[in-house]
Design a protein around this ligand. Structure first.
Ligand code: CTP
Length: 215
């Protein structure tokens, strides 16, 4: 199979030296890439800025901003069999990008932000035969919020988790599928979860092939 995987944070620059971002380490997406490669699949990894060892056999596209990640995803999505959207994408970007550094002053500084492209929702609209698996980061009402995202973004599966997993090697996920099944897993290593997700994608695709859905 051909996997398109996103990982890491995106950055939204306020000026040439300052940006808004989040503490995503990229570990979940990198684990997915390793697990897919380990099963002999092809991997294109669209990766935000992270400090990590990178899987050698993946085709890696480095990006910084949400717009760059969106462009790379739109380009590579048509050839993918499965999208694994593990990136922690910034939801907002400054309305204007300053080309010179914002100078310090004692007056309060107000930043005006606008929403970024929802990459996953956009890709769902372009979906043909691809399997779409998203992640949901929730501080509260984990299952209800994740289910709402799965429906809104028209996903096949969503992996819900909490901010505790952000810069950790472990994760306590809930896997929700479009057919309504819910699987709660205890805390496990991100690589173990990644292997489960790749098997899920393989089984789903095999089933689709048997039913003639992927022709
Ligand atoms: N996502 C995306 N583009 C965005 C924001 C999120 O593709 N601009 C993707 C993430 O990679 C993830 C899924 O959408 O797979 C859900 O992301 P999450 O941050 O949990 O939710 P949001 O859609 O951003 O909603 P909210 O922040 O309100 O919870």
């Amino acid at each position: 199979m051909r996997f398109l995987i996103t990982a890491g944070p995106t950055r939204e620059y306020l000026d040439p030296v300052r940006f808004i971002s989040n503490p995503s380490s990229g570990q979940m997406g990198l684990a997915l890439a390793r697990a897919a490669l380990g099963r002999g699949h092809k991997v294109t990894l669209i990766l935000g800025p992270v400090h990590a060892r990178l899987p050698q056999k993946a085709r890696i596209i480095h990006v910084q901003t949400t717009d760059q990640m969106a462009r790379a995803c739109f380009k590579h999505f048509p050839r993918a069999d499965c999208l694994l959207m593990a990136a922690a994408v910034c939801d907002y970007q400054p309305t204007k990008l300053r080309t010179t550094k914002i100078k310090k002053s004692s007056a309060p500084l107000t930043l005006k932000l606008k929403s970024t492209t929802d990459i996953l929702a956009q890709l769902a609209r372009r979906k043909r035969r691809q399997l779409l698996i998203g992640f949901a980061l929730e501080t509260n009402d984990l299952q209800a919020n994740a289910l709402a995202k799965l429906k809104k973004k028209k996903l096949d599966y969503i992996i819900a988790n909490t901010p505790a997993s952000l810069a950790s090697e472990h994760i306590k996920p809930v896997i929700i599928s479009a057919d309504g099944s819910v699987e709660r897993l205890g805390p496990l290593a991100k690589l173990s979860l990644a292997r489960r997700i790749i098997r899920l994608a393989e089984d789903h695709t095999l089933l689709g092939d048997r039913r003639g859905l992927h022709k």
